[in-house]
Structures are given as C-alpha cells and as structure tokens.
Design a protein around this ligand. Structure first.
Ligand code: SF4
Length: 349
C-alpha cells in the first residue's frame, strides 16, 4: 500500500477516532447536507431516533415485526458491523437513542464551516473569514438539531461553550496549514453518492469534497477533526475512502486518482492513490460484510465484540458485555401498529 503523510505533524501518534453514531453519509440526495449531517469521523445521531427507544419485553406470543435484511450500506454502518455486530444492531435495527457528544458536534460545525467557506470568492477564503463563519453555523446547527443545545445546558455562563468554540476555531485555522482554499475550486462539496453493485447491494455515502483537475483526474477529500491514525491503522482509516472511490468508479466509470484524508486534529494529510484491484478488493469485502449482516439479521445472532472502543459506546446499558440486556429481537409490534406488512426497523443500511 502506498500511503503518505504530509503536513505539520507527519508521523502520527494517536489512534483513529472512533466512529460515533449514525452519520451524515446516510441522508438522501437532495437533503440539506449541512443541517442534516455531522462529521464523518465524529457524528451526531439523528434527531428522529425515538422510534428505537427501549421497549418493555412483550408478552409471550405477541406479534413481532419481520426483520428485513439491509439493501444498502454506508461506510459508517459497515464500520459499525466490523467493529461490533451488536453495535450495528443497536444503531440500525433498534435505533437506540444516542446522546450528542461535544466532539461529534464540533466535527459537524467544522465541516459546515469548511464547506461554506467555498461560497466566497477564492481570494477571500482566509482563516479570519472561515472563523467568522463559526457563530452563524453554530446557530444554524442548533436550529436544525435542537438536541445539540443539551451539550451546554449546564453551562449558564457560557464558559464551556466559549472554550468549545475556541477549539473549533483552532481546527479551522489548522486547515489553512494543510490546504490552500484560495487555490482550490471544488467540483463538489458534501456530495451524496449512491451506486448499486451487480449483486444488488447499494452503496451510499457523503463525500466532503471532490476536486477535478483540468486533466479530468478526480481527488476525493475527507476532513477529519480527530487525529491521524498510527501507520499500522492507516488501512482502516482508508476503508471509508476506498468505499467512496468504489462508488465513484461505479457511477462515473473513473477510478479516482487520489484519496485524501485531512486530519485537522493533528495537522496531517494521509493520501492514497487507488488502483482497480483495490476497489475490487473493497467490493468483495463489502459483499462478504453484507452477507454476514444478512445472516445475523435472520439468525438474530448479533454478537458483541468488546474492544477498547466500548468506552465510546452509548449502549453499555443494553450490552451483555456490561451486564445489560438488549431489546427483544425480533422487535415487538407496538400499540397502534399492524404486524401485517411491517418491515421491521431495518434502516437503509
Ligand atoms: S459496549 Fe462494546 S461490545 Fe457492547 S455493543 Fe457497545 S461496542 Fe459492542
């Protein structure tokens, strides 16, 4: 694998930031990307997750919803299943609520600022201009996702909020040491992509930025507000990018020339130049994953896979590894619902 790091702190020293929560690579085409999204690496759960609130154990013989295997995958949900099948179940099938986190929300905010900065003429895409966008984008985020306001509900003086906004400023400022937006003219920002493989599996995701050179060469760019992974974890970090490259290849019949991860937390840039064999490998991996999810869906065998990432999991109270009990499976039909023709809660991926 050819990978390279560039930037102020090449030679990374920290772990990959864990995926947190259902993310922005799942909203449908045409949706308001800024309002609906969170940072790909650190994300906010959807507002409408009440449908998955834990339910009482149904009486014996109660009707259950048939659970339909997924027909699509996003990088985040694929990553969930690879990390822990039970976590995938909690997020995709049970749709258990997750609390917004300060780090994830900061990621959302910074992504919105970097996206909106390109609205300005090239010469005006300066660090002060970018930082000036933060308050307005924060207001917009709170309007579209009122639950993020809970993060600072116990901060009447606004001290923690001020610190948090200052950290967002630092992340935005660091970007200017890694890329020069006055010399970039993105072909796409926050691009929702979706492609169907021959197998019928649909792949979907949201690409932070797509650059197209005059030669037609395509570069896919993703911003991460966490720190770059250690070299031994680079392959995992690139999975999401290869996933996007596969989707672009399927859609446009062009293999992206470069995949670029921009780590604002550590000031690193990780790049990879994919070839067809890489994308074919990713496709095989995704098909195997899809089959494993189908088997788990039908068997109900969603095994917990405890790792150090459990510390970031919102679902320990439902996880047997932590003494918890998962919601019933298959899911009971709730009052007012018919079990005839319902399709369970299996989401789009
Ligand atoms: S606590 Fe760990 S093992 Fe349990 S569901 Fe969460 S990630 Fe999986």
């Amino acid at each position: 694998m050819e990978t390279s790091t560039e930037g102020a702190a090449a030679g990374c020293g920290s772990d990959v930031a864990p995926a947190t929560g259902p993310v922005r690579d799942e909203y449908p085409a045409g949706a308001d990307s800024t309002a609906a999204t969170a940072g790909a690496d650190e994300a906010v759960p959807p507002a409408d997750d009440t449908a998955g609130a834990p339910e009482a154990v149904p009486p014996a013989g109660a009707p259950v919803r048939p659970v339909i295997p997924p027909t699509s995958l996003s990088p985040s949900r694929a990553g969930d299943f690879m990390q822990c099948p039970l976590l995938y179940r909690f997020r995709v099938i049970d749709r258990l609520p997750e609390k917004p986190s300060a780090a994830a929300t900061k990621g959302t905010l910074v992504h919105a600022v970097l996206e909106r900065l390109f609205d300005a003429p090239a010469a005006e895409r300066t660090a002060p201009r970018a930082k000036s966008l933060i308050p307005g984008q924060w207001d917009r985020l709170r309007e579209s996702r009122p639950e993020v306001g809970e993060l600072f509900a116990d901060d009447p003086e606004g001290e923690r909020l001020a610190t948090w906004l200052g950290e967002a400023e630092q992340l935005v400022e660091r970007w200017f040491g890694l890329e020069d937006p006055t010399r970039l003219e993105p072909a796409e920002r926050e691009l929702f992509v979706e492609a169907e493989l021959d197998s019928g599996l649909r792949l979907r995701g949201i690409i932070d930025r797509v650059d197209v050179a005059p030669t037609g060469e395509v570069r896919i760019v993703d911003y991460k507000t966490g720190k770059a992974p250690r070299p031994e974890y680079a392959e995992g970090a690139l999975f999401q990018m290869k996933f996007y490259a596969l989707v672009v290849w399927r859609l446009k019949k062009v293999v992206p020339r470069r995949l670029q991860l921009v780590y604002l937390g550590s000031g690193d840039v990780l790049t990879y130049d994919p070839v067809v064999a890489d994308l074919e490998r990713v496709e095989r991996k995704l098909l195997a994953l899809w089959e494993a999810i189908r088997v788990a869906t039908e068997s109900g065998d969603w095994r917990p896979r405890p790792t150090k990432l459990c510390g970031w999991c919102d679902h320990q109270a439902h996880c047997p590894e932590f003494g918890g009990t998962p919601p019933p499976y298959p899911l009971p039909v709730r009052a007012g619902e018919s079990d005839g023709g319902t399709q369970g809660r299996m989401g789009p991926d």
